[in-house]
Design a protein around this ligand. Sequence first.
Ligand SMILES: Cc1cc2nc3c(=O)[nH]c(=O)nc-3n(C[C@H](O)[C@H](O)[C@H](O)COP(=O)(O)O)c2cc1C
Length: 187
Amino acid sequence: MTLTLKIVIGSTRPGRKGPQIADWVAGQARAQGGFDVEVVDLAAIALPLLDEVEHPVKRAYQHAHTQTWSAIVDSADAFVFVSPEYDFFAPASLVNAVQTLLHEWRYKPAAIVSYGGASGGLRAAQVLRGLLGNVGMMAIPQGVMLPGFAAHLHDDGFQPPQIAADSAGVMLAELAKWAGALKPLRA
Ligand SMILES: Cc1cc2nc3c(=O)[nH]c(=O)nc-3n(C[C@H](O)[C@H](O)[C@H](O)COP(=O)(O)O)c2cc1C
């Protein structure tokens, strides 16, 4: 069974660091195997703040950007959300992207890789887990927190300590189990 993993870059601001973190996550996932891995950049999809007339439960999307986002999410079996922490909270760009859809998320597992200062983005990850559950996802408890992440950003990429790679390995293995178990449920 081929399982598709989408790694979503949650930040969209100019100068953001999210893409470097996401590239590292993608490298970990490809090295571990078990998934077809794709990085999805919310900045490229450029979703406005909720601009559809109908509630997402109807899937009656009028705008091309929503249809594109819907197709991307629909085609995934699992997600890793790469999230910064803004004011102890998840970024509005990521909250908006989640709330734009509904059915496309349901019965799919998700994990969070968070980054920040001393907290490692943990507070953002916790609020995000609640939202993911509310749209019908299985937000798994295993994740990766990256405190003081900026110290590990180098010209040749993000190079966090080994404990981050170990956490990613556990997270990805658990995500693959849930992805395999939930796929038949959606058939
Ligand atoms: C509006 C804003 C709020 C922030 N709030 C927090 C915070 O609550 N906790 C934290 O650890 N870092 C915070 N930071 C610093 C971010 O960790 C840092 O800027 C990081 O690079 C943000 O991710 P991004 O570059 O992908 O946008 C904040 C940054 C911004 C721009």
